[in-house]
Design a protein around this ligand. Structure first.
Ligand code: ZN
Length: 161
């Protein structure tokens, strides 16, 4: 495993659409392992493959609920409610901003064996799923921020996605 370089805002790869994964090869397994290591190294709760420069539809999430979620080719099926709160991104270091997201999501994705599954999540997990799925389409939370981006120095919350 290795820590990969996280691309930051301004890098055009973050604005490109990721392609679906057809097969989980050893290289993709290695990528997923590296994505977790990179995410933990930077205290993130989620990471999309495009953030480490790979344009594939792969997301890893760990919101400290005891699970390590790997979502391959995810599609959000349903959303419910809304939550408004601070959000950050490893690709936008040192910044945070207020974003409104669904409070509950149901997503369909494939696991590392390319078996389909559905995941339901609320609150932080719902926020992370939406944030990471946006990355796969070239979206960044800064596109959705209500008001101005703020410096994280001014806030206690250091969780970033
Ligand atoms: Zn992000």
């Amino acid at each position: 495993m290795a820590i990969r370089q996280v691309r930051t805002i301004g890098d055009e790869i973050l604005r490109k659409e990721c392609k679906p994964v057809k097969e989980v090869t050893p290289r993709i397994r290695e990528l997923i392992a590296d994505m977790f290591e990179t995410m933990y190294d930077t205290n993130g709760v989620g990471l999309a493959a495009s953030q480490v420069g790979v344009l594939k539809q792969i997301v890893v999430i760990d919101v400290d609920d005891g699970n390590q979620y790997v979502l391959i080719n995810p599609t959000i099926l349903e959303t419910e409610g809304s939550q408004t709160g601070y959000e950050g991104c490893l690709s936008v270091p040192g910044k945070t901003g207020i974003v409104t997201r669904p409070n509950w999501v149901k997503v369909r994705a494939y696991d590392e064996e390319m078996q389909p599954f559905e995941l339901e999540g609320e609150e932080l997990l719902a926020r992370a799923v939406c944030h990471e799925c946006d990355h796969l389409k070239g979206g960044l939370y800064v596109d959705l921020v209500e008001g101005e981006l703020e410096d994280t120095d001014s806030l206690e919350d250091d969780e970033e996605e």
